[in-house]
Design a protein around this ligand. Sequence first.
Ligand code: ADP
Ligand code: ZN
Length: 743
Amino acid sequence: MMKPNYVRVIIDRAIQRELDYSVPDTLADRVGIGSRVRVPFRDKSALATVLATLEQSDAKGIRPIEALVGEAPAISESLLELAKWMGAYYCCPLETVMRSLLPQVIRRAEVGWKKQLFVQPLTKIDTDTIDNLRKRAPRQAELLEAIAKLDKPMPAAQLLRKTSLDNQTLRALAKRELIELREEAVERDPHADEQFIATTNLELNAEQALALTKITDALAAPEIAKPILLHGVTGSGKTEIYLQSIRTALERGKTAIVLVPEISLTPQTVERFKSRFDEMHDVVAVLHSHLSEGERHDEWHKIHSGRARIVIGARSAVFAPLKDLGLIIVDEEHETTYKQEEAPRYHARDVAVVRAKIEKCAVVLGSATPSLESYHNATTGKYELLSLTQRVDDQQMPLMRIVDLRQERRKEKIAPILSEKLSQAIAARLEKREQTILFLNRRGFSTSLLCSNCGEARNCPNCSVALTFHRHMARLSCHLCGHTAAVPKKCPTCAKDALIYAGFGTEKVESTVSHLFPKANVRRMDADSMTRKEAYRETLRNFRTGKIDILVGTQMIAKGLHFPNVTLVGIINADLALHLPDFRAGERTFQLLTQVAGRAGRGETAGEVFVQTYTPFSPSIQFARHHDFAGYFQQELEFRERCDFPPFKHAILITVRSEHEGRAKLSAETLVRRLKESLGAEFILGDATPAPLEKLQGQFRFHILLRGEAIMRLSRLVRETLDKLPLPEDVVATVDVDPYQLL
Ligand code: ADP
Ligand code: ZN
């Protein structure tokens, strides 16, 4: 490597400009692209990342770098290239991309290793020394005897625990210069106390074997291989294929990333990977949002140093600093949680495909219900499609029964939470000692508190939504901003004693079910009941061991869990997502029904699914009922094409918000006018309209939706237009490329 005279950097604080610095001789050997450095900036110093090394620079008043942070470059050149692509594609500054690329704890200068005190004999300790000591200080002698037996340094805390002796005794030995105490950096291992039972490759069935062959072919020739879409019904053995292809990648000296939605990153999932590669100590690193800062620091270094060669993680693990990347797997690729809802608003699946292209590695996207985008890419030949049509255990797909809530309503005057058919099915399961899952994607007890006299609902003062009543805390609460309020006795608007609770959530379902089946053990699993980390594991354990008969929950229970004794799944209201003002509403409903149904009948008994709905003939419900993915895909695709929606056009959603409604509106309208001037006719530009969720956290919101095929160009034009438009100080415009959140 040539010694650079200058470097071009971006500092962590977003100033949207690259700066040049000179490199002092003492650092010239060690500074390179991707290095982290400390530089003088204005009258302070700042942390920065090196983007390029230069022979010359014509910048004025160049100052030298102050220091190098960490030895090896934190970011590889490929990751930097990825970051630049993200900046251009997602229409956001490189500094913002860097925030996601490098975890906070790594960007800080101080290296956060955990320190531990280790004990070691200073000289060879003979029995005479110990005997001598025994007369004067028997406890010290006892400790010394234990230390004499050590063949390597031992953590002091561990030694004292083992011998039941105290710190004072240890210090006394050090003072006599018989032992040495030394501080050393150690790694925190979040999975330290877990034992794994090693597993080996299962014998694959024909479909699996074919899929594995295709993936290993891609591993062998990644520069010509297409991204692979692995479409396999729930329980078709996709994970087994992942495990075996990772094994192959490792044998060829490569590394692998497995992305899993945060919600599926359960101890069960991690265990499946750790136990398959158990003979290679430390080869698996896990990245998820529940790690402490220290744990994240240590996992990152374990990956960066090359010790960990498989990374399992949620969204941001797509940036794991692995070298020699051979394979990226994105499980449940259709999951919308892969999309980050704050800047940089990237989609980890799409970033994975681009990273694979840059690093020349294979990429596999797996799902039982692929996204329309990916499936479209597969049918048009951009991706290669591999299908697993059979469940490994040869089980039948569960029987889907549709319950028409309109008829139930006629029968009962008001629609019950549980239809008669569903309650009979539950009763039958209780009799047979089989388990039931009831699913409703809405928390709380009642979804609104209405006045039957004046018709007013209790709304959130900050957001344009009704407050939900939560019985466990006996308060009203806003699910968007967290605002809570006491439950009024009378209507605050008309002062009549006429308040009624309307709509229901999981809390009400739980209480209704407990009432109907007093002998059953009913438990609820949602963000309210699972606030403790332990509660989640405990509930799953109790459900697994059969201590819980009926589990009621939100999407928390919809994904990826294996429960062989669950033979009934009830979907309390399938229409919740369907009526959202979102072009993906139908797709989401179809996916949700298919995924939830996959929870039923994984054991020896066939499963049954009851879908309660007011719109029994909507296509997403009908196709899901017949497990007809291809049929669903076909009709949905026609709809998307007719309306110029993804995957036929890319979309960009601009949100303009402010505490002042008028100023937000005016800015949005001005922006639309400017965009009209700069965009060509190839792009579709919508008007500035109030967002479906007009007010959120005290801010009024306006939307502008743009669509077009040439997304890079559209992104650049939007950025340029925004850069030239000075917005009032209290108005903020955010840009979301390929948006998933249209509220
Ligand atoms: P998916 O990821 O598609 O839902 P899994 O890989 O979890 O499916 O497989 C479902 C179950 O079948 C798991 O318990 C797995 O161990 C088992 N399994 C997978 N492949 C095989 C196979 N070839 N032979 C026997 N059992 C298998
Ligand atoms: Zn609110």
